[in-house]
Design a protein around this ligand. Sequence first.
Ligand SMILES: [Zn+2]
Length: 56
Amino acid sequence: MATDAAKDVVHCTGEEVRGDFRCAKCDLLIRSPGEADGVLVLPICTLCGSENWRRI
Ligand SMILES: [Zn+2]
């Protein structure tokens, strides 16, 4: 049942994440900082205003 969902885990604005993410709507790329405690708080997409992000 989780075939497609497994690789497209969606994270929402305000979540603290690490790694590379793309906007679920417009594919804008954002990255967490490369530092040791480089936690990224997911923003609202600056291009399309979406609050959903896919880990890549
Ligand atoms: Zn977007």
